[in-house]
Design a protein around this ligand. Structure first.
Ligand code: 4AD
Length: 459
């Protein structure tokens, strides 16, 4: 049979199945191994054939030498899936210290390289690669990105675990609009046309824009809670930092004294996750132009919104958007402020009260009407985190809800202030923007496996 033809050295011992990352680590030299992956290059040299096989476990591919010929060899092309067994040995090539001398090669899935959208050894533009969301994980840069994303996720969970936070699975489907910005996706069951009279949830239901209000419920029992999951905003934006579906890390802390209780946690998460990723994924990270390096710091000073507006007005920049007190800070303003502070992350606090949602705590002791809110602005991206102390005083919160006509809808929220209310606060960190920042990725669509944005929901 074909298989028998391919066997040069029949070995009684069953080969050990290894990931490419394990094979190239050098700790299995002399072993009879099996690897499975996708061919990244095929190069005939004299009577031999050199292959590079990658299985996603590492940026590096394993070099394989085939010194024999069989029908399977003729099927080997860039992009095909293979299973190779053989002897793992030291390579004479310094760049590639380990190689696999194949005794058996099986093409598991063929690939016609003429039809495959990516060409061997060619650098493709990100805009081109983005057109193939089902295949772009086969490119080096995107597979590195996804390994980094996975490690960064682990680092964030590990930070919260180490620091005594309880993870809460906040709901994806909700009946509240936490941010009140009208960017909701409505959720309805799909029914035959003539079967519409029954409402599934009895109330309007939406995909969540933030898990904050559910976290506030839980912080009233667990003190320190967090959630890390998908979040949805119907933003009609094609911008480089907005998605319709993104991942948000949200934390809520009870018994807070001041906004510094929040900035400390934001700073710690940013630093500890980044240190972890830079150390754990050094090889993958090296493919990117990063905005941060080990030892990076968050601006120790920070500034108030009023100081930020002063800085913007004193600059000689021609901003497109207005910079008067009371206007929302735009990306161009945020980028300028980060640069002004020496291109390091910076906190901006005490935003105008009217710019913030109903839950933000009123800074009653300030001469200007501000809320105890804070944003973390970072290089390359602008706003990375948004947070605030929450209004825990029942009378003030009730008045605010009445003003915005939400008193009835949020009677349960007022209950939290009736039964053991505590000073508390929290924040949300946009996970894709975090990756953009640490890796210097210009477009948010290139840091998420399957980007969703207005007019685009591929796959
Ligand atoms: O500032 P935001 O809207 O804050 C909240 O939703 C709060 N309820 C969070 C909380 O306090 N628990 O969003 C938080 C962060 C932003 O700073 C930004 O990084 C990211 O989420 N973000 C987006 N990321 C990608 N695409 C979008 N459309 C985003 N909108 C917000």
């Amino acid at each position: 049979s074909r298989r028998i033809l391919c066997i040069r050295h029949y070995c009684k011992k069953t080969p050990t199945k290894l990931r490419v990352s394990e094979a190239i680590s050098g700790s299995n030299l002399g072993a009879n191994i099996k690897i499975q992956g996708w061919v990244r290059s095929v190069r005939p040299q004299k009577k031999n054939l050199f292959l590079h096989v990658n299985d996603g476990s590492s940026l590096q591919s394993l070099q394989i030498i085939a010194t024999f010929c069989c029908s399977q060899i003729r099927l080997l092309t860039f992009g095909c899936a293979v299973e190779v067994t053989g002897l793992l040995k030291q390579s004479p090539n310094q760049k590639q210290p380990v190689e696999l001398e194949a005794d058996k090669i099986r093409v598991v899935g063929e690939c016609n390289p003429l039809d495959f959208p990516f060409k061997i050894k060619e650098r493709h533009a990100v805009e081109y690669i983005r057109q193939f969301p089902h295949l772009r994980c086969r490119t080096n840069a995107f597979s590195s990105l996804l390994r980094i994303r996975s490690e960064a996720t682990a680092a964030i969970h590990s930070y919260f675990k180490k620091n005594g936070f309880v993870q809460i699975h906040t709901p994806i489907i909700t009946s509240n609009d936490c941010e009140g910005a009208g960017e909701l996706f409505a959720v309805q069951p799909q029914r035959p046309e003539n079967d519409v009279d029954e409402k599934f949830f009895s109330v309007p239901a939406f995909l969540t824009v933030s898990g904050q209000l559910h976290l506030e419920v839980m912080s009233g029992a667990f003190s320190k809670v967090y959630t890390f999951g998908p979040t949805f905003r119907a933003e009609n934006s094609q911008s480089r930092r907005h998605l319709a579906e993104f991942y948000m890390v949200e934390a809520e802390l009870s018994f807070t004294q001041s906004i510094e209780d929040l900035t400390e946690v934001m700073e710690d998460i940013f630093k500890s996750s980044t240190e972890y990723v830079l150390a754990q994924c050094a090889e993958d990270v090296a493919l990117f132009h990063k905005h941060v390096s080990p030892g990076h710091r968050v601006s120790s000073k920070g500034m108030t919104y009023s100081e930020a507006v002063d800085i913007l007005n004193r600059s000689s920049q021609n901003f497109v958007f207005p910079t008067e007190w009371g206007c929302d800070l735009q990306k161009e303003h945020e980028k300028y402020l980060v640069k002004h502070c020496g291109n390091i992350p910076v906190f901006v606090t005490d935003y105008p009260y009217d710019l913030k949602p109903f839950y933000a705590r009123d800074n009653q002791d300030h001469p200007e009407h501000t809320a105890a809110a804070v944003d973390l602005l970072v290089p390359g991206v602008g706003e990375l985190c948004g947070g605030s102390l929450r209004e825990e005083r029942l009378d003030l919160l009730r008045t605010r809800l009445e003003e915005v006509g939400l008193e009835d809808a949020y009677s349960w929220y007022l209950d939290l202030r009736r039964f053991g209310s505590i000073p508390h606060g929290g924040f949300g960190l946009g996970f894709e923007r975090y990756l953009q920042c640490i890796l210097g990725v210009d477009n948010i669509k290139d840091v998420i496996p399957f980007p969703r944005f207005s007019h685009s929901c591929l796959l």
